[in-house]
Design a protein around this ligand. Sequence first.
Ligand code: SAJ
Length: 435
Amino acid sequence: MTPTTEVPVPTVAVIGLGYIGLPTAAVLAMHGADVVGVDVNAATVDAVNRGEVPFVEPDLEIAVSGAVAQGRLRAETKTPEADVFIVAVPTPFTGDHAPDLAYIEAAADGIAPRLRGGELVVLESTSPPGATRHMADRILAARPDLSLDGTDGRPVLHVAHCPERVLPGRVMIELVTNDRIVGGLTTEAAERAKALYAMFCQGEIMLTDAVTAEMAKLVENSYRDVNIAFANELSVIADKLGIDVWELIELANHHPRVNILQPGPGVGGHCIAVDPWFIVDAAPQEARLIRTAREVNDAKPAWVVRKTLDAAAGRDALTIAALGLAFKSNIDDLRESPARHIVADVADALPRSEILVVEPHVDTLPAELANRGNVVLVPLDDALARADLVLLLVGHSSFAELGDASAARRFDIIDVVGGRGTSRRAGPPAALGSK
Ligand code: SAJ
């Protein structure tokens, strides 16, 4: 095993208190670091300073409230001086699927004036190849008195990339147990970052260069996207051929070397639907399969809308229950959620119908749905009691009674998640669109 460089208990500034930054800040604080979380959103900063978490993630609030109560974690809107800076800000793409590094650049601009020399800056945000170098170049442009390797006797700034790999809903477990990839702009930067993550990470910490670490993260999510695209394409083919795709996949997966993923309403979230485009942008001619997978997954919500309109055909004013708005089961995260787009498009296509949305993890509808006039948020019981047509869009475990309700009261069901999280899974296979 490579020996790690010993560092004293560090002060750490975590820039960006979102789904990755806040858990990382809390875990570091729990393991002895003195942590300041930094966020441009004053409401987020205030919430964290009260020990509260502005989003749902199992076990996070107890960690944050404990760390704040012990004086190990506090939040600010301005970047302070620190030994270590962890950048965990969004990396969205622009309208033409090119990466937008504006948040990374803003974080770099906040860090640069705080440096004294000798600090470690770790980029955790999922990033296109070259982003870590870009962040370092931006800091050094503002601070030409520093260098990456001590050239000309200038004090050193250590810069590394350590991509986050945690699964929303399991963040507090996976932060500790997942293996980590650390890519340094220099070997010493990688070693220092490894020592930092070794404070809490029980998995293996593997060292490489920064651009390989950047690509490794993108490749992981692209691998998943391509495999989900295969499942989604199968669901469309199976529907055309009158085959139950869930039974088909279950049977094929009995082969010892086949493991087909689950079709769904499309791919949501802010990672898998975004990251593959960074590879396409970096190698547009070569990344043919990766681009096609994105297109297949992006086309799935429109296919679900078409199936819904087919099921509604001939009936004028329907009551349609849409179960689930989150981007996947058992979380409250509605960002980049295919279910949201499906509900909006169905509401527009059937203006005389009422759409009863059931999403147990939120109290209010997103504005773009609430403003439509024929979309309301209701409890599951109400929706099932009134619906003519049920769209099962997300496999939340709280939809488990759907199977029983379906037996008690007949309604059409369009099930795009194969009853995942519902009791129907235990029953006989039912083809999409069947009663
Ligand atoms: N989905 C399917 N069928 C499946 C699996 C997922 O349709 O069989 C859909 C989900 O419903 C969801 C989307 O794909 O809409 C993505 O969900 P996910 O659970 O596959 O992944 P994320 O986006 O929550 O988290 C991913 C993870 N990456 C991988 O599993 C390779 C996580 O480890 C990363 O840390 C995270 O992206 C990230 O932040 O990049």
